[in-house]
Each structure stands twice: as C-alpha cells, then as structure tokens.
Design a protein around this ligand. Sequence first.
Ligand SMILES: Cc1cc2nc3c(=O)[nH]c(=O)nc-3n(C[C@H](O)[C@H](O)[C@H](O)COP(=O)(O)O)c2cc1C
Length: 477
Amino acid sequence: MHYTRVAQLRSADQLRAYLASIGAELPFDEQVQSGPDSPLAQPYQVKGFTIGNRFSVLPMEGWDGTRDGHPSEMTVRRWQRFGISGAKLIWGGEATAVRADGRANPNQLMINEQTLSDIAGLRETLLKAHQERFGRTDDLLIGLQLTHSGRFCRPIDKKRLEPFTLYRHPLLDRKFGISDDSTLMSDDDIARLVDDFVHAACLAQRAGYAFVDIKHCHGYLGHEFLSATDRPGRYGGSLANRTRFLREIVAGIRAAAPGLDIGVRLSAFDWIPFHPGQDDVGEPEHFANGGYHYAFGSDASGMGLDLTEPLAFLDILKELDIQLVCITAGSPYYNPHIQRPALFPPSDGYQPPEDPLLGVARQINVVAALKQRRPELTYVGSGYSYLQEWLPNVAQHAVSAGRTDFVGLGRMVLSYPDLPADVLAGKPLQRKHICRSFSDCTTGPRNGLISGCYPLDDYYKHREEANILAGVKKDSA
Ligand SMILES: Cc1cc2nc3c(=O)[nH]c(=O)nc-3n(C[C@H](O)[C@H](O)[C@H](O)COP(=O)(O)O)c2cc1C
C-alpha cells in the first residue's frame, strides 16, 4: 500500500485533489485566520461557564505514574505542557483508574485518598503554566477522566491481562486469551464498581476538577457495556440496560457531589477487530456467525456506520443533563487504525488498510452527523493529529461550519504542545515539531516502556528508553 505523505501535499489544490482521489470528504479552509475574531478563538458557553477558545487537549496517559498510582515527574511535565498549549478545554488529562484492579497498566494514575493531593497538584501545575503563559485561567475548563479498563486491565504485570468482562465476546475473548466465564462481572460486582466511580468523582471534585469524564470508549469497561446485547440481567440486552451503569453513576454523583459537572467520552462507532494480513496490512477478523452485533455504532458488517444507537445514547445523555461529549472511535487494542489514524503502525498493530486521511475524515464526519442531529450537546472531536500541516485548516472549517464545537488534539500535543497557541497567534507552524504519526507513543507502552514523543521531543529522545525502543523496532522490522 502506498499513501502520499501529508507533508508532500503542499498546496490547497494538491490536498483537494488527493482527498478526492482517495474518496475522502474532508472540507477545509484555505486560509487560517488568527486573532480574537478567528473561528478557533471564539469563546463557548457551557452551563454558564465561558470556555476561552475551541481547542481541547484530549486525554493522554504516559504509562509513567508510580506503582501506587501517583504522578511522576514525567506525568507532571506532560500536564504542564497541556497548560501551555493554549487550549481552553482540558478533556480529562489522562485516564485515571477508580480502583487498583481497574488499571490498564501498573503505572496508570489512580484516584484515592492517598493520591488525592498529587492528582490535585496536576491540575494546579496545569493552571500555573497556563496562567504564566496566557495571563488568565478563568476561561479554562479542566476535567478528569475516570476509568476502569475492563478487559484490558493489566494492574500488576505490564504483560499480563487480568480482565473484567461483561459478556463472552466471540472474537476478543479468543484474541486476548479468555477461554471461560471466570472474567465475567456479576451484577453485584458492577453495583460495587458504580460506588467506586461515585467515590472517585467526589475525590475529583475535592481536587478542584470542574467535571469528570465517565469514560465510554476504546474497548474499556464503560464502552463494553454499550455492546453487551448478549448479557442477561440488569446491565445487558436493551440500550436502557446497557446504559444503566452510566445512569447509576450519574445519579450517585449528582447526589454525592452536587456542582460537579459530568462529561462522557464515547467511541461513537466501533468496528470488528483487525489483525495483520498479507504484507502485514490490516484485515478484519473472520466472523462466520452472520451479523456482527458487537460493534456499537457499526452496521452488521462490523465495518460500517449505523448511528441509530449512538444517537439514542446522546438522547440519554440529554436526559441525564450531560452536556459535554467527546467523540472518538474504536479501540487502540483491536482496530487502532480507526482510532488513531497513522502512517506507521504501533508494534502490535498492522500496516494501514486505508489511507489514514480516510480515518480522520470518518471521525470528523461522524461528529458532524451527530451534531447536526443532536445540536443541543457540546461536541469535542478527535483524530485530527494525522492532518499535520493541514490540521489548522481542517479544524477551522469544522468549527466555523458548525461541524464540531471543539477540536480535540491528542498525539500532536505530545510533540508540539503549543500548536494551538501558535495557530491562534497567527505564527507559522514549527514543522520540526509536527507529529508524523510514527506511533512510538503507542509502541513504547506496548513494550513495557513509558509513552512520549520519542522522535520529536528531546526529553524522550535522549532517555535510555529511546534506545530500548529503537531495539524493539529493529527486531520487529
Ligand atoms: C499515547 C496515547 C495515550 C492515550 N491515552 C488516552 C487516555 O488516557 N484516555 C483516552 O480517552 N484516550 C487516550 N488516547 C487517545 C487520544 O485521546 C486520541 O483519541 C487519539 O490519539 C486520536 O487523536 P489524535 O489524532 O489527535 O492523536 C491516547 C492516545 C495515545 C497516542
């Protein structure tokens, strides 16, 4: 497969022609505006709070906390960089486990009485950095993402899954070595976990966070509920049952932490798992049993879109008085190309089966479709980093055409944290910092190393882990 590199698309005409040639619908503005009147600089009101502009930092963990769930110096540095980004909405910071057995890795942050002051300290670090650079923080909204990693828990050993599942998944159980019912959570287990989320939210409020994100994406537990159509009982089957977990958490938070706002990060569509096929190019797993109904937001092929249930989910958010929604897709564990479009796959991935720009366009267009049909909610989009030099042009168009409310940035913030500030100030992009989607930030953790931008951030480039990572990549090549 040969895909043209984005850096080679130097003019708007070239970009337009290339997008047309690959069948990507990705509208963009030719000129990016700067200054207070520019579309990306426009403030946004949510529940009486004015958010200063339309950039958001997406949650990005670094696999670099301490074993007991405290942030490390590297974690603090990352949050400090979120603060200097210029983005005025910090969506969640990074996945923070509500209890020890729900961690995705032994170095994931945890929120409890012992870690509370350090989790509060991350927010303070971010605020301080933002204040120093931009002179105000009254228009900066900061939330904390709360998570339980479900079937992707690795709480003790980086290489050993200790899963919690909601139903027997015909493909994922096989792919990740589950062969019996021992990992299934009972309804009572779930009820206890609801209490843990509520407790964690109360702690987040004490730590000063304006909202908590009840994570429903990327194959983790909250997301798995949404496809638990085969599960019997209170938490499976109908959409009402599959959202009971969320509704119980929200009711608990409203009662125990009044004033704390709630958001949801949602994989608005999922696909069937992929694996490396011929020439390592990703191909879908074979599913022989007819219609695939395990991918929330997809059609029965497992590789399409059916937004009927995601729209119904948004209606439930409205009923729950949840305004903030961050849209993402799929899972980094079994279909990374739809979640983090990249030219160079992570070590446990596969060569891209489509031009990554198609993946970018899919995420942006799904947000636009959802926003068009449920305009009352506030949307943060994801998956923009692969746009590279063209990110500001696509972002500006998406906001000014009302296709999203906020442009969320993930990987780009690791390599080039203050891209939003540069765009808003009308400065030319610093090309040497632009994320080129080498996926080292994912390959690192997949091989037991901290995450970070090894190719472009000097802080990681010169660490010992960079050598180990280079060895891993050489071996796998
Ligand atoms: C290293 C790394 C860590 C991530 N950590 C989280 C996380 O903690 N929570 C989350 O919801 N998404 C996480 N993501 C997904 C990103 O928030 C984002 O959805 C994804 O990278 C696509 O956006 P982008 O194209 O701007 O990178 C992570 C992604 C990467 C690459």
